[in-house]
Write a protein that binds this ligand. Structure first.
Ligand code: PMP
Length: 367
């Protein structure tokens, strides 16, 4: 008789040692003011429901393997060829494909010291050394230190996470003029920014841009993102991805969203207005907040008497959580630990947050 083994075999050592990505909290139940994962506070375009409904009867059939119609619409919009576009199951899928295709033990990845934390997890999965380029508090980008960092692939988040600070097209061109590796500009938040790097694609075959439907299109639950790059890069990623990486409902829903330009221009505009109004309110409290070109604000809570720091930030984070208001706290780095990242919600949500902040300020008043 066969005996079941008493323990499972060891996984690869770097997987055994891997610290997983920790997503922001997704609480169950009602009544939360959720400003912790940069989701869109507004409902998606009503056309999405129609498009998804029309697709339901076709669910027994596999989806189009390369998300053909959506890919064409995205290529058209950006003035590119279909061969320069790849659709992913969220932009995290696209980032994962980039790591799997271009990074390994001998081919390092790079990122800014302050950037999207998933990159370090993907580097860990791929067993790739990760080079972190130092940031200063001003978050000024130094193209030279980046292009000279020695990474085979550099992942630059612009607008950056969690600061919201955006890097200009000229700065990105300055990096590319001296960088021989692959530069991935993660433009998850580009819809809220004044500039993007898309026009550089024609001049630099080593530029990859990633985008998502999760933020400006309010479709985080649908999981759709894409890459724009030279056809040779796209062909490589295409070899590595799952053949049916984007399901039928997601392809149909994302296409409907993409074509409803007027609806989304309006949503983006509302978010930008709310962001600036709220930033002004934080200024009135005398808090330092980075100028943001995204749908969130990275702000340094300051207690009466001018006390700032990790303790104040964590205290406010917990105070808000107790009142069912979720924001994001990033411990572990002197550049982030005295800050909170607040996603821009509706005006009503921001008013609730502000009222709670005022309560906290009054409670924290020194005697
Ligand atoms: N890049 C950045 C900078 C992000 O903040 C996020 C959202 N967590 C993503 C990519 C991933 O987005 P998606 O939902 O498309 O996987």
């Amino acid at each position: 008789m066969n005996r079941a083994p008493e323990s499972i075999p060891q996984a690869l050592p770097h997987i055994e040692a891997l610290a997983p990505y920790i997503p922001g909290q997704q609480p169950d139940g009602e009544g939360w003011v959720k400003l912790n994962t940069n989701e869109n506070p507004y409902p998606p375009s009503p056309r999405i429901a129609e498009a998804i409904r029309a697709e339901l009867s076709r669910l027994p059939l596999y989806p189009n393997p390369s998300s053909g119609t959506l890919r064409e619409a995205i290529a058209d919009f950006h003035g590119l060829e279909n061969s320069q576009v790849l659709i992913g199951n969220g932009s995290d899928d696209v980032l994962n494909l980039l790591f799997r295709s271009f990074c390994d033990k001998g081919k390092s990845a790079g990122m800014l010291e302050v950037g999207y934390s998933l990159y370090s997890v993907l580097a860990g999965i791929q067993n790739t050394p990760l080079i972190k380029v130092a940031c200063n508090r001003e978050m000024v980008l130094d193209p030279k230190s980046l292009s000279a960092c020695g990474a085979s692939v550099f992942f630059l988040t612009s607008p950056n996470a969690p600061t919201g600070v955006s890097y200009s097209r000229q700065q990105i061109a300055d990096i590319l003029d001296h960088y021989e590796g692959l530069l991935v500009v993660d433009e998850a938040y580009a819809a809220f920014a004044q500039e993007d790097a898309v026009p550089l694609l024609g001049n630099y075959p080593n530029l990859v841009i990633t985008r998502t439907f999760s933020k400006s299109y309010g479709l985080a639950g649908l999981r759709v993102g894409y890459a724009l790059a030279d056809p040779k890069v796209i062909q490589l990623l295409d070899r590595v991805r799952d053949s049916y990486n984007v399901n039928r409902l997601s392809q149909a829903g994302a296409l409907a969203a993409f074509l409803d330009t007027e609806y989304y221009e309006n949503v983006i505009n509302r978010i930008e207005v709310t962001r600036e109004v709220f930033r002004e309110k934080l200024k009135e409290l005398d808090w330092f907040t980075y100028p943001s070109q995204s749908n969130y604000l990275f702000t340094e809570p300051c207690q009466p008497g001018g006390r700032v720091g990790a303790e104040a930030a964590r205290d406010l984070f917990e105070f808000l959580q107790d009142r069912k208001i979720l924001v994001r706290y990033f411990a572990g780095s002197s550049l982030t630990e005295s800050f909170l990242r607040i996603s821009v919600g509706t005006d009503e949500q921001m008013d609730l947050l502000l009222a709670a902040i005022e309560q906290w300020m009054n409670r924290a008043q020194p005697k």
